[in-house]
Design a protein around this ligand. Structure first.
Ligand code: HEC
Length: 176
């Protein structure tokens, strides 16, 4: 009996250690990897991002309490996170919920993020917040910030950068 009890305690310790390791992993900072961040910081969009976006989305796009991550592992999901199943306060905004609820059933409120064009469309129409500032940057600034986000995310961008001419063919790839 004593032996069994000791074995049990040992197993419990192993499980606890495994859980702690898993928790450590999931708590790893998101956002741009150091290498991608360095590349992105050399682009003109770094300035726009720093001025207009970083206060909510984090310097490396890691997401802060009030806004989702934009770069790195898990960021830029094809479909928007379900507001009903996330604990992020960004999705608990009552006015935003009501706006979404007043749309026809199944209406696409964010659109799928498949290409750089999808990202540009959303960002240039909806960002930065608050709503009064949405769409307030110049078109050039929006393209610059889209390039900054994609490079910081680790998604491949054509040699001359993403432009209106090629954005529809540039796929958003998950961060490595
Ligand atoms: C005042 C805070 C704030 C600022 C400033 C801001 N955002 Fe956001 N952003 C949010 C919030 C909150 C959401 C989530 C709500 C939503 O999806 O409509 C969001 C969502 C996004 C998303 C969609 C992310 C996803 O996975 O669905 C993108 C892309 C984005 N922002 C880009 C930008 C860019 C680029 C800028 C700067 C030009 C910017 N944001 C500035 C608060 C902000």
């Amino acid at each position: 009996m004593r032996f069994a009890a000791r074995t049990f305690r040992f197993d419990t310790l192993l499980v606890a250690a495994a859980l702690a390791a898993a928790a450590g992993c999931s708590a790893a900072p998101l956002g741009s990897t150091p290498a991608n961040h360095d590349k992105a910081m050399r682009l003109p969009g770094a300035d726009v991002y720093g001025r207009a976006c970083a206060s909510c989305h984090g310097q490396r796009g890691e997401g802060l309490s009030q806004a989702p991550a934009l770069m790195g592992s898990g960021a830029l999901p094809v479909y928007k996170r379900d507001p009903a199943t996330t604990s992020s306060p960004a999705f608990q905004d009552i006015a935003e919920r009501q706006r979404q609820q007043s749309l026809p059933p199944g209406a696409d409120t964010r659109g799928a993020f498949k290409t750089a064009q999808d990202l540009f469309k959303f960002v240039s129409r909806e960002m930065p917040l608050p709503k009064s500032k949405a769409g307030s940057l110049s078109e050039g600034e929006y393209w610059a910030v889209v390039n900054f986000i994609l490079v910081g995310h680790g998604s491949a961008v054509p040699a001359g950068g993403v432009t209106a001419a090629n954005a529809g063919t540039v796929e958003i790839k998950p961060a490595p």
